[in-house]
Write a protein that binds this ligand. Structure first.
Ligand code: 7TS
Length: 406
């Protein structure tokens, strides 16, 4: 990886700064990734040369904006190996994508007593929309349990777990523990009971090669900002056959074919689900980000993530009184931990004073933290631009903090 890494940090202006007089060590990548110059330049170029509204004009700029926006849709389809651009709906991100499925497919298809199967690892974005849907429809939520601090799924009684399941909605990689779930295996099990499937790929899309056809899911969501793209843009893969039968999400311009005072006919999918002026510049930035990642290679990114996470885990294990979470083997690029005698908030605040950015809290997985019996964990999360030297610096800072606090 060092060959791939050499020079890569120069692409990220934000990484070159000092925080409180120390070089920034940015270990909050599970929350959002930094942006490389090609992404920033693509957005700037779009606004300087091509800015117009899409699908509406016959003038040159509108044609260019439409081509850029639809080109980004094509790039997203290719990135996740979707069979067609019709399968790709642009959203604000993962959260909106999941809410869209709940509000459209969910409302149209779920009834009292139907089971929505989730895991205990889910981010609130893949939990609260289903709670709201359950309240509305009488469906019930069931959870695949996690086994202890390792945070892997207990799949010992799949038949019982899948009884009466109409929807399986699971995260690919846990943002709190780094667990990589066997999504293809679970989607196959769901298909065997005619359940629809959604994969929350917020933590995996920028970190692993993704193939929706190999996974065999009906829906898959991700956010652009976690994979070096801009905020406010993400995508929902929705199998075209399912989209046909889904009611619209929001009403407005762009999503209609014909409007009369009393009723409307809707545009064909995916446009039916994209009301109003979309985030065109966001789609352009996302396109540039996907190109950037594929130049590096997602296999290389995953290998680097796993290597850094396991190195960080080994170095953290040098501390007394530490509890480290997450699986032992293959894992996403993050590590979560708590110290027996030090409050996570004190730890993160003092690390920040030394230029090290980590996150503390429940990471939007409060029920999981309740189950683990900790109100908060500290999390260091990595990306391809992070280095072993930064992990060493992080450990050195933790050693300083522990000395001061104990
Ligand atoms: N699902 C998972 C697994 C996530 O990690 C996140 C964000 C989301 C959904 C929501 O994504 P959004 O882009 O729509 O907000 N995770 C985190 C995190 O771990 N720290 O901050 C945000």
């Amino acid at each position: 990886m060092s060959g791939i890494l050499s020079g890569i940090r120069d692409d990220f202006p934000a990484l070159a700064q000092k925080i409180n007089g120390h070089p920034l060590v940015y270990f909050d990548n599970a929350a959002t990734a930094q942006k490389p110059r090609p992404v920033l330049e693509a957005i700037q170029r779009y606004y300087e040369h091509d800015n117009a509204n899409v699908h509406r004009g016959i003038h040159e700029l509108s044609n260019r904006a439409t081509a850029a926006y639809e080109g980004a849709r094509e790039r997203v389809a290719q990135f996740i190996n979707a069979p067609s651009t019709k399968d790709i709906i642009f959203t604000r991100g993962t959260t909106e994508a999941i809410n869209l499925v709940a509000a459209t497919w969910g409302v149209a298809n779920l009834q009292e007593g139907d089971v929505i199967l989730l895991t205990e690892l889910e981010h609130h974005s893949n939990l609260v929309p289903w709670q709201l849907l359950a309240q509305r429809t009488g469906a019930v939520l069931r959870f695949i349990p996690v086994t202890g601090d390792e945070g892997t799924l207990d799949l010992s009684d799949l038949d019982a777990l899948f009884r009466d399941v109409k929807l399986l909605s699971i995260t690919h990689i846990s943002n709190a523990l780094g667990t990589i779930n066997p999504v293809a295996e679970l989607c196959a099990k769901a298909r065997a009971v005619d359940a629809v499937t959604l994969v929350d790929a917020a933590q995996s899309a920028g970190h692993l090669p993704l193939d929706v056809q190999a996974i065999g899911c009906d829906f898959l969501s991700f956010s652009g900002h976690k994979l070096c793209g801009p905020t406010g843009i993400g995508a929902l893969y929705a199998r075209a056959a399912l989209q046909e039968a889904m009611p619209p999400y929001q009403g407005g311009g762009e999503m209609i074919a014909k409007v009369a005072f009393q009723s409307s006919e809707f545009h064909v999918p995916p446009h039916k689900f994209e009301a109003g002026t979309p985030n065109i510049a966001g789609a352009v930035g996302l396109h540039a980000a996907l190109d950037y990642l594929d130049d590096i290679g997602r296999e290389n990114i995953h290998a680097h993530d796993t290597e850094l996470a396991s190195y960080a885990k080994d170095r953290l294990a040098e501390f007394d009184g530490i509890r480290i979470f997450g699986p032992a083997g293959d894992r996403g690029g993050l590590v979560s931990f708590v110290f027996e005698n030090v409050h996570a908030l004190d730890l993160a605040t003092m690390a920040d004073q030394q230029g090290v950015a980590i996150r503390i809290g429940h990471h939007c997985t409060q029920p999981l933290h309740d189950k683990l019996g900790v109100p908060a964990t500290a999390r260091a999360s990595f990306y391809f631009y992070n280095t072993r030297a930064e992990v060493d610096r992080f450990i050195e800072v933790l050693q300083k903090v522990m000395k001061l606090l104990s």
